[in-house]
Design a protein around this ligand. Structure first.
Ligand SMILES: Cc1ncc(COP(=O)(O)O)c(C=O)c1O
Length: 403
């Protein structure tokens, strides 16, 4: 029997989905599971988006052009112009979700063995994609007590080697909710200029900001040719299943290489690109987004208020996105998450994403979980009550077992 590849074996399964079969089994046994493990919003997809799909005049559902449907590219231009950025069509590539924009960025910027600097905890699929592309991730650990903001410049510089090609981050950040300050972004820009790096910045949560202000990396003309923005409609339009994202860069070589990658995978979904174009054509699209962000602000506040009541739970209120990475009074958060799905008594339980999978440094994150506040307020409050009870029962069961 031939061996399968080392790189596929080295790629970690997403910690967000890895324990999913236990949740399925719990549900099969009649339990209700509050899914706070995954950033799957429950907000209805806007009517204008769905109407755009329903009313599409299509006889043959054919491939879209590889760079994206002209309607979708135009919609991206309109959306970015509203943010104050004029983009040419050649600076935009429609991708199969932000996910594909991440893979294309890594593949375009790095050769096998090259390194990318990445603050941890990070969106775990960055590590998965890097492993598949044989790119080495150099983690820079950030701290819960600092709100997971970036460490001082010297600490980042100490991680650089001649093989480091890029700095990658999400801003606002998944899983930490950090929104990087202007000073932090200035520092990254300086770093990129001084050390000849690309800046790959994933801004899929751009609008999800509750404290401070988000500044796009596109605001820095001095690094225009070093910047690649990863973007997606999944969260902003509550359309995760649409699988429409985008890669944006003003670097012509980057775009030519990314466009070549795009021809290899043929095209992004046709109908959903039309849905996105219809959403942006709706004059109320910004109000729709703002309304949704307001709902997330309410959810964040309710979730944090409930978490703060649970003894031993530690966190700083997140500034953006829709996640909280919080500490638990347990030694092995993955074991606790499993136990909640397999052993927690009663008719309901809650699922979080275990923290270790958000780190590349071994031994980190074992006392943390990520919670996604993507359910309505009553459900979030109920989920926190279940968590509090779960912690008490779990720690009591562990103490009994150790006696
Ligand atoms: C930071 C970040 N980037 C990218 C993605 C993937 O987005 P998409 O659904 O567009 O592939 C996610 C999904 O959760 C994310 O949190």
């Amino acid at each position: 029997m031939p061996n399968i590849s080392a790189r596929s074996l080295a790629a970690p399964a997403s910690p967000i989905r890895r324990l999913y079969s236990l949740a399925v089994e719990a549900k099969r046994k009649g339990k209700k599971v509050y899914h706070l493990n995954i950033g799957q919003p429950d907000i209805p997809t806007p009517a204008a988006f769905l109407r755009g799909i329903r009313e599409a005049k299509i006889e043959v559902l054919d491939y879209a052009p590889s760079p994206g449907l002209p309607e979708a590219i135009h919609a991206v231009q309109v959306y970015y112009a509203e943010l104050g950025f004029d983009l040419a069509p050649q600076e935009i590539l429609i991708t199969i979700g932000g996910s594909e924009a991440i893979t294309f960025s890594l593949v375009v910027v790095c050769d096998p063995g090259d390194q990318v600097l990445l603050p941890e905890p990070f969106y775990p699929n960055y590590l998965g994609y890097a492993r598949l592309a044989n790119v080495e991730i150099i983690p820079v650990t950030t701290d819960r007590s600092e709100g997971f903001h970036l460490p001082p410049r010297q600490e980042l510089e100490a991680c650089l080697t001649p093989r480091t090609k890029a700095f990658l981050c999400s801003n606002p950040a998944n899983p930490t909710g950090a929104v990087y300050t202007e000073d932090e972004l200035d520092m990254l820009v300086d770093l990129a200029l001084k050390h000849d790096l690309f800046l790959i910045v994933d801004e899929v949560y751009r609008e999800f900001v509750y404290e401070g202000q988000h500044k796009s990396i596109l605001s820095y003309p001095e690094v225009a040719d070093r910047v690649i923005v990863v973007d997606s409609i999944s969260k902003r339009v509550s359309a995760c299943g649409a699988r429409v994202g985008m890669l944006i860069s003003r670097n012509k070589e980057v775009m030519a290489a990314a466009q070549k990658c795009a021809t290899i995978r043929l095209s992004a979904p046709t109908l959903e690109q039309l849905g996105f174009a219809a959403f942006i054509a709706d004059p109320h699209h910004n109000e729709t987004i703002a309304h949704m962000i307001q709902e997330y602000r309410i959810r964040r506040d309710a979730f944090c208020e409930e978490l703060a009541k649970i003894p031993g739970v530690t966190f700083r209120k997140p500034e953006g996105a829709f996640y909280v990475m919080f500490g638990l009074p347990v030694q092995d958060s993955e074991d606790f998450v499993r136990w909640m799905l397999t052993d927690f008594p009663g008719k309901e339980t809650v699922m979080f994403a275990p923290g270790a999978g958000f780190y590349a440094t071994l031994g980190k994150g074992h006392d943390e979980v990520r919670g996604a506040y993507v359910l309505k307020m009553e459900d979030l409050r109920r989920a926190c009550a279940i968590l509090a009870e779960g912690l008490t029962l779990y720690n009591a069961a562990l103490a009994r077992a150790q006696r």
